[in-house]
Write a protein of this length. Sequence first.
Length: 65
Amino acid sequence: MELTEDERRMLDGRLFDSECDEARLHRVNRTQTRHVRHVPFEAQSVTAHARLMARVAKKSATGPD
């Protein structure tokens, strides 16, 4: 997934810290064979564009209604 610079900064500022960076999370995921994590976030922080893209991706994965 391609991220904008703003999205990358938000992830770095909110998800990762000095003890857990992207590389460490990747190593833990591979070790635990758990590649999907639940990360709570404020729904209002998701842009309309991101919501639309998620909906399009879901429809193309599941097929038309």
